[in-house]
Design a protein. Sequence first.
Lengths: 413, 469
Amino acid sequence: MLHATEILGAQAFDSSGNIVGRVKEMFIVPEEQPNRISRLLLSRGQYRPIVARFDQIAEVQPGRVKLTTDESALELYQPNEAWLAVQKDLLDQQIIDTNGRKVVRINDVDLADQLANGNTELRITEVDVGLPAAVRRLLQGVVPPMAIRRIQSKLPPRTIRWEFVNLIESDPLRRVKLRLTSQKLAQLHPADIADLMEELSPDERQSIIASLDEETAAETIAELDKRLQTQVVEKLDPEKAADIIEEMSPDEAADLIQNLEPAKSREVLEEMEGSEAREVQQLMSFDQKTAGGMMTTEFVVVGEDATRGEVVDFIRFHEVPPDQLDNIVLINREAVLSGTVPLARLLLADGETRMGEIIFEPLLSVRPDARDTEVFEIFDKYNLRSLTVVNEENHPIGSITVDDIVSRLCAKI
Amino acid sequence: MNTWVTLVDTYSRLAKRGKEFTRRTRPVQRRLALFLAVVGPGIITSNVDNDAGGISTYSAAGAQFGYTLLWSLIPMTIALYVSEEMCARMGVVTGKGLSDLIREEFGFRSTFFVMIAALAVDLFNTVAEFSGIAEGGEVLHVSRYISVPLAALVVWLLVVYGTYRIVEKIFLVACAFYLSYVASAFLAKPNWMFAAKQVVVPSVHMNAPYLLMLIGLVGTTIAPWQFFYMQAGFVEKRVGPRQYKHARLDVLVGSISCMAIVFFIIVACAATLNVHGLTNISSAKEAALALVPLAGKWAGGLFAFGLLNASLFAASILPLSTAHVICEGLGFEAGLDRKFKEAPTFYSLYTMLIVVGAGIVLIPRAPLWKILLYSQVGNGIWLPVVLIFILLLINRRDLMGEHVNGWTFNVIAWGSSIIMIILTLILVYVAIFNPSAAGLSGSLSHPHAPPWHIFTSLWRHAQHALSVI
């Protein structure tokens, strides 16, 4: 196994043993191979730098590279944005370890050398983020290599396999050129992605949001802290912001849009679909510290005479997302609230049971202008998972769920 | 009846006017709220500059030279603002800390040496802060064996159990306690007109002790670690480029308020100690004790309280900032939102700095004044390095985009940095080799000796020092 820092700065010799130059940089060309060192940049003092292709490399040792060809066969170097540079883009930069769910800084890059048709190919296997690599970089060129290896072997290694490395590139155009994706990152829980984003710089956060699909982006933004939420959304263009916000539940969307700059929030609302924009605007008209400001308008309402089987079919048919299913709200023929059924009771009832028979006692509801502290107390007293909000005519207009209660109480601590 | 009508009428008119006032000032209120959301790092950082070492130097300056050094405050404010503003701008634009940027742009080895320097210098500084706590406490009749361990515990608890938001609020309150120096200065009944004139009209004296004191003022006012702390503060508050002008205002208010406090400290000492011929003051504790018979118990007590507050304040920031900077730069997990197991290096460093810092002060007959001196020497050696890193980074277009320094700003920034570097290096030289003031003033004793004689004289000392080595 070789380390990138042992090869950077190494002398390169051609096939007849003459010095060609020093290795200045190593490039991966993602469109050819995702992990192969495809080009070595050789600097030659006052002459223009040249590039050795992977099939022109005969042998690699720490501090020494041997080529298969003559110097004249090498190309002159042309800077290329689509090449990933080991020194500039990897060493000392931050990456996301998607396996350990952490933002870490690369100390060194580990390479495996394998023989292929008479030349040596270098492939990145791992990035080194631990103490051994730090010690190596500190002592290189000062202490003999063997001594460094001996010290290193006594230190606990910390490496991340290359396939778990998610590079952070803040320039969106370069991201495309380097073919960077966030597939691995997108598989993490949105709350974890949000935590990781909080450790990055604003441009880097933006690039991560841009690389996620809209649904994941929406869930991730909803998990960010308030200040970051607005910052991230304000930097998106209104169309993209609207697409992401439409994926959120109306109460989350209303909270978010409310915090945006007035001009920006207007733009976003204009870009959103008519019905969703109306719903969000309605929610925004409520005071944040009341039941109206906490409720969502997406919840399941059924008639009190419906049977359990009918309700389950209804939920399946409309593909209701699970976060709206804590409670089923019942109404009578006048559309007046007549009770709620917790999911657990629905689950245990048999198919023919009428909803009216398994309602939660007592019948609880609040008006949209009820103070938030009053709502907290009701949740606490009756151990609720959700609470229905009704208007003056007792028609259900929204529902407050326990996750909003928890996050509001957390914010108060 | 008539009175009643008038009353109601007046009330309704007043209420209307009140509403009108709120409506008209709404934009102002909004702007103020936006500013208050950003405010913090600049004010805190600048004020924490007036730490134990700083207050001792200012007291000595006031006692020895009266009002005559006050003119240096305006150029120092400019230098402080210019250098801090660059860090604020870097933090706001890149969203990264200073140690992160040094690591990403200058590689591992440079970072490592910067971090080792940070650790060494900050450890000395921490000891200096705890000795400030000990001295401030002793003036107020609290034994150091009580005040120092208690302070260490408070600092530790504050950081481990406080969130950034709460800690910042406590720090802002600590900034307000600096006003005790204002009260102290008023109790000293100075000649305000004369003091004000001395601020505006420079009265440079060409003798060695005066110039050395001038250099000392510059050296203690601008400490290198504050740049790391402030930039991290803006990053942690998630201040973006859009709020940059608020951040800049925060830095400006900080620099000016910091220097205003320096003004009051110097004035308090000048009006009392200097006037009564007590010119040989070497520490803030001596100054506070000497103030009591001259300006009353309150003036001395407030002075000591200010010292205690400043030292405690700096002692809570310094170890935390140091542990953060080192871990970030070298790639260890850092931050208070992590558990000990997740960030062992961070917590060990943090605890080590507090325990060693407080511990050394508690050793009987520890040479504290020497440590104070070394902490200033360390700052002096380290400052040029940090300033040069800052100036190199801020001019990188790939990093800062359109926010790189402008041409004029660069001239001011490089100019003031080079002056600060030269002055602090002279301070370091004097502190290490301690050329006798007599020797220095000997060459300057001639009234017509040109001002640059101090440098030729220092150069001779340097040559001598080199020949000894």
